[in-house]
Ligand binder design. Structure first.
Ligand SMILES: [Zn+2]
Length: 216
């Protein structure tokens, strides 16, 4: 099964990627992991990527694509993979399609985790981080009434990333970037949406049910 997972910030994409990949016995390939592996492994691409990251610049598409190509060529990805964080836009999606086509392969499915904006805001804007131990609590889900860490007594604060206006802005950026990608995969006839609200295990279950008809 060759799978791409897309979803907004706060949809629990990283966690779902891990569970789905392990259920399907395929590697979870995220761009974050690929970057870290290349940089810490000191590959030529890793060194190149680092020059951009050290300057605070975005790593150019060509570098990301070359890393993805290398990763997809590895042995463990020959019988399938789950891609998380790539492709990010239609241009990358077309490159991925051509790359797979060169190898006589194609994507089986693109799974979109669907959560409405207010739910994402509820999840992210309710987070409070401990200033001492870094643990994250949730105002609603952990029923936090005070602003002290239950583990170490440290003061809790809200990270800028978790502030409601920042979350709403991230969601807007996501929609702008991803809407065209989603319609591209709708046109390709391989996009399936999965309701990503509710407990993690239930979402995984729904995802697995959505995948089942596509398993060879
Ligand atoms: Zn703490």
């Amino acid at each position: 099964m060759r799978l791409v997972l897309v979803g907004p910030p706060g949809a629990g994409k990283g966690t779902q990627a891990q569970y789905i990949a392990s259920n399907l016995s395929i590697p979870k390939i995220s761009t974050g992991d690929i970057f870290r592996a290349n940089v810490s492994g000191g590959t030529d691409l890793g060194k190149l990527a680092k020059t951009f990251m050290d300057r605070g610049d975005l790593v150019p598409d060509e570098v990301t694509i070359a890393m993805v190509r290398d990763r997809l060529s590895e042995d463990d990805a020959q019988d399938g993979f789950l891609l998380d964080g790539f492709p990010r836009n239609v241009a990358q999606a077309e490159i991925l399609r051509d790359m797979l086509k060169d190898w006589g392969l194609e994507l089986d499915l693109v799974l979109e985790l669907v959560v409405d904006d207010d739910e994402v805001v509820r999840r992210l804007a309710g987070r409070r981080t401990c200033s001492q131990c870094g643990r994250i609590w949730h105002v609603e889900f952990d029923d936090k009434k005070d602003d002290k860490c239950d583990a170490c007594g440290g003061a809790l604060f809200q990270r800028d990333d978790d502030k409601e206006e920042t979350v709403r802005h991230r969601l807007e950026v996501y929609q702008e970037q991803t809407a065209p990608l989603v319609s591209y995969y709708v046109d390709e006839g391989i996009l399936v949406g999965v309701d990503a609200t509710g407990p993690v295990e239930e979402v995984t279950q729904r995802a697995m049910e959505a995948i089942r008809p596509y398993l060879g």
